[in-house]
Design a protein around this ligand. Structure first.
Ligand code: ZN
Ligand code: ZN
Length: 137
């Protein structure tokens, strides 16, 4: 691969990883599980083959949660700071990477919304809100 690796890490910095393009998908998911996990209106997830993902440090601080009685949903987080982290899919073929953890521009953008019908009642598309370059006053 001649592509440039893209780095990511958790909030406290104890866990770090890198990913290699090209990606299988980059999407926003509005399902209730992703909303619970992200604490936000939607997840922003990138998926790639497992071989395109590498942990750089802190694997001892990762906890993976495999949701019982569902086909595939999992989450992963830093046990020090709680940040969402990438996880290996149950079939161990792919990694799902929460894009907010990336430190570099992945040179890819989300191209679809999934589970749109499950979006929160309070969801307002970001582009419909006033924008402030820093915190609003
Ligand atoms: Zn951390
Ligand atoms: Zn979801």
């Amino acid at each position: 691969m001649d592509a440039q690796a893209i780095g990511g890490s958790c909030l406290c910095g104890s866990v770090a990883y890198e990913i290699m393009p090209p990606f299988m998908f980059f999407q926003y998911c509005y399902c209730s599980r992703c909303r619970k996990n992200s604490g936000s209106a939607h997840a922003a997830n990138i998926m790639m083959e497992a071989a395109q993902f590498k942990w750089l440090r802190g694997e001892e601080n990762i906890k993976v949660f495999r949701m019982p009685d569902v086909r595939a949903f999992s989450t992963s987080f830093c046990t020090v700071c709680g940040s969402a982290l990438p996880w290996l899919t149950k079939n161990e073929k792919f990694y799902i990477v929460p894009a907010g953890g990336l430190n570099d521009d992945p040179d890819a953008k989300p191209d679809r919304n999934i589970h749109w019908a499950s979006r929160a009642a309070w969801y307002v598309p970001e582009g419909e809100l006033p924008c402030f370059e820093e915190a609003s006053t």
